[in-house]
Design a protein around this ligand. Structure first.
Ligand SMILES: [Zn+2]
Length: 232
């Protein structure tokens, strides 16, 4: 009879001592605990940042794990850490800053509409070059994850994936409409439905007009993007 089963890897043991020995070396358990620990650290980092912004904690001051665990906001911060990992944000701290600056109630932290207004806010307020840099980083990460050469991104990315990246602001409208290769290699391949959906999120005409009046910005975007998308 196998009485002792490891819940991480499903191996079974008839003796408790063997099971105990296994627990010390189970790779799956170690992995689980590692990710769990990373999630915890992300949650704690957000909690600390929030407390500093609320002037309840001085910068650089520490908070014990116990204090975090016992806070009535523990669950919210752990969920927020997960939310800002599964949904694309520039950084979880920036998202937290946005929530604080706009006095967004805790109950709305992880709402779709909040994430959308955060993306809108960045599109409208952050300077174009900063947004271009963020876009380059996001595309670089995407390419690494999906084994694609960054130089081939605009020719090979499917319109569907690109649309999702535009909606999430991983591809800023400054780059989408302002970088030559995005226009000739990506926008040339999309249909009316695509443009219509993108328009609902970002208002295409707004950006096209903005770029028409901003030659210097357009040149700077070009230079910034060329560095990543034409050279290796
Ligand atoms: Zn195991």
């Amino acid at each position: 009879m196998m009485k002792f089963r490891c819940s991480y890897c499903n191996k079974s043991y008839s003796r408790e001592s063997w099971y105990d020995k296994h627990k010390q070396t189970c790779v799956k358990q170690a992995r689980f605990e590692q990710t769990h620990r990373l999630d915890f650290m992300r949650g704690l980092a957000l909690f600390k940042h929030w407390r500093v912004r609320q002037r309840m904690l001085r910068k650089g001051e520490e908070i014990s794990d116990e204090k975090f665990i016992n806070s009535h906001l523990y669950n919210s911060f752990m969920k927020l850490a997960e939310f800002t990992t599964t949904n694309w944000v520039i950084s979880s701290m920036k998202y937290m800053d946005y929530l604080i600056d706009h006095r967004i109630a805790e109950s709305k932290w992880m709402k779709e509409e909040t994430l959308r207004s955060y993306h809108d806010n960045i599109r409208l307020r952050e300077d174009p070059i900063r947004q271009t840099k963020t876009t380059c980083e996001a595309i670089q990460n995407w390419c690494k994850k999906n084994n694609m050469d960054t130089r081939e991104f605009f020719t090979k990315i499917t319109p569907n994936t690109a649309l999702k990246m535009v909606i999430n602001n991983q591809i800023s409208p400054w780059v989408l409409f302002g970088y030559d290769r995005a226009v000739t290699e990506l926008l040339a391949r999309v249909n009316d439905d695509w443009l219509h959906t993108a328009n609902e999120y970002i208002n295409n005409t707004h950006w096209i007009n903005k770029l028409r009046d901003a030659h210097i910005t357009k040149q700077a975007i070009q230079v910034e993007c060329d560095r990543l998308f034409t050279n290796s």
